[in-house]
Each structure stands twice: as C-alpha cells, then as structure tokens.
Design a protein. Structure first.
Length: 225
C-alpha cells in the first residue's frame, strides 16, 4: 500500500511497526522520497471488527485478527492507509539538519585555487571577524559590496589583501559575484554561517570567558586579602 509524499529533500529511515512484520518505508528515487509504502507478511498482526451472527439474539461486532483471504482486502487497505497517514504525520516532527551539515562542510573545507589553498572562514580571528561583520551590513545586502566599499571599514587590510579575501570567500561559497561587475553578495549559506558564527562568539564564548576571568580575579583578591 503506497501513497505519494510531498517532502522533497527530507530523507527518513525506514520505520517498523508490529515487530518488523509490517514495515513502513519511503521508496526513493534520485535521492528524494517518491512514495511511502507499507508491506506486511503477517496480516493477522492487524485486527478489525467483524459482524458475528449468533444462533440466538441479534448480531454483534467483535474484534478479531485479519484473515489472509481476498475478503479482507478492503479492511486491510484501510488499515495500511492508516499506517501511512500516521507515519506522514510523524515525519514533519523530525528536524532534518543534513542540508546545514553539507553547507557547513562546503564553507569550512580547505579549497585549492591556482596551486594555493584557501582556508574556511575563521570566525574567532579579529581581522576575520571585522571582515565578516562588514559583509553582513544591511546596506551591502541590498546593493552589494565592492572592495572600495570595504576599505573605510577595514583600514588594517590593504587593497591586495581585500582582493585575496574576496577571491577566497567567493571560492568557498560565502559570497557570489554579480556577472559583469565587481559587486558581490552573500550567499544564503554564507549569510547563515556568518550570523551563526557571530552569535556564537558574541553571545556564548565572549560572555563565558568574561565570567571566567572575573571569577579568577575575584578569587585572587580574596586570597591576597
């Protein structure tokens, strides 16, 4: 029993119901799930209500295992469709970070360009932090940025250094160049990586180090007294 699933890019591991006798698994094509199938080798694992005729008294309905006959196909179809529906309701609750992992690997890996290796963004270096913060400015995200636009913001970097940094970040996929111009824009992955790196640095690492240093200074003063 199968139904189509509209979940592009989401890959889920096959799940088993009723002790692997009736697995629910996505059938994939070209790396994307096409449909969801439920197969069973033991239909008696499912139960349904049957009409029971008594010799005396009115007929009643009782819960009984599904029998492996052609007459059970209609009930079995509804049962397996229910398995598919419940599994589809479960899939959206999963957090799929595979795309983020691939983007992070691509941004941080060492790339080679003209016999030279380019390292990924160094979020904790002072000069790199200033460069990434300048690239993240809202005005540059609207109109793009050139090397001349960053010169007033990065006085510690020479024009040649900025050119090399632009080439390195472009090769890593952090920025992209507008065709026929010298302007660059942040890519989606680059924008997300810079925002995440700055948030980690400014809201987690720096406050943690500041608290640690302050506690050490306070302990030193107490001991000296």
């Amino acid at each position: 029993m199968g139904v189509d699933v509209g979940l592009p890019g989401r890959r889920a591991a096959p799940q088993s119901i009723y002790q692997v006798r009736s697995p629910v698994a996505p059938v994939e094509g070209h790396g994307r799930p096409l449909r969801l199938e439920t197969t069973t080798n033991d239909v008696s694992a499912f139960k349904h209500y049957l009409k029971v005729e008594h010799r005396q008294g009115p007929a009643t309905r009782a819960l009984a295992p599904v029998r492996k006959t052609i007459y059970s196909l209609l009930d079995l179809r509804e049962i397996l469709l229910g398995c598919n529906r419940r599994y589809l309701e479960y899939l959206p609750s999963l957090d799929d970070f595979s795309a983020g992992i691939r983007a992070l690997d691509r941004l941080t890996q060492t790339a080679s360009r003209q016999r030279a290796q380019s390292q990924g963004p160094q979020f904790f270096q002072r000069v790199e932090q200033s460069l990434l913060a300048a690239l993240q400015r809202s005005g540059f995200n609207i109109a793009g940025q050139r090397r001349a636009d960053l010169r007033p913001l990065l006085t510690q970097c020479s024009p040649a250094t900025l050119s090399r940094q632009f080439a390195r970040l472009r090769q890593l996929g952090v920025i992209k160049r507008v065709t026929g111009t010298y302007r660059h824009y942040l890519t989606r992955a680059g924008r997300a990586a810079i925002a995440g790196g700055r948030r980690l640095t400014e809201q987690t690492i720096i406050p943690a180090l500041a608290r640690r240093i302050c506690s050490q200074i306070a302990n030193t003063e107490v001991v000296s007294d």
